[in-house]
Design a protein around this ligand. Structure first.
Ligand code: DQA
Length: 149
């Protein structure tokens, strides 16, 4: 089975209790369970990692280069600040689908800028936890050779 990394950045470990009016009541553990279950159903082995540290996220992206075929990434606030994460993604040349629970384009102007978007396959924002499932489907479609399954 194809292996995929689901990588979550800072403060996403607090999902469920963190600003539920913005991010909902679903915990990260629930999202990760749903990703593993859905992944299995579409032929993907999903590994989940979360870190609050920029360096650890970069290390996980580097490690994915030899271990995974693609990455679903919610980089949290580093989305809007991290040239280093952008460079890491560009360096490993893996397909990355950027996910945000909230619609970052409908929020404060500083959230409209993403350093991930220019090096990502695409961006999914505003669909809550379902966004991770949509991202796995998008990666599966991208990784499936045209005309086959
Ligand atoms: C987020 C949006 C970011 O702006 C924010 O800093 C987060 C979560 C989201 O999933 O909506 O931590 O990435």
């Amino acid at each position: 089975m194809t292996s995929i990394l689901v990588l979550n950045g800072p403060n996403l470990n607090l999902l469920g209790t963190r600003q539920p009016e913005v991010y909902g009541a679903t915990t990260l553990a629930m999202i990760e369970d749903a990703c593993r279950t859905h992944g299995t159903s579409i032929g993907l082995t999903v590994t989940c990692v979360q870190s609050n540290s920029e360096g650890a996220l970069i290390d996980a992206i580097h490690a994915a280069r030899t271990q995974q075929a693609g990455i679903v990434l919610n980089a949290g606030a580093y989305t809007h600040t991290s040239v280093a994460l952008m460079d890491a993604i560009a360096s490993v040349e893996l397909p990355v689908v950027e996910v945000h629970l909230s619609n970052i384009h409908a929020r404060e102007p500083f959230r409209h800028k993403s350093f991930i978007a220019p090096v990502a396959l695409g961006q999914i924002a505003g669909f809550g936890p379902k966004g991770y499932i949509l991202a796995l489907d998008a990666l599966a479609a991208h990784l499936t050779p045209k005309g086959g399954r």
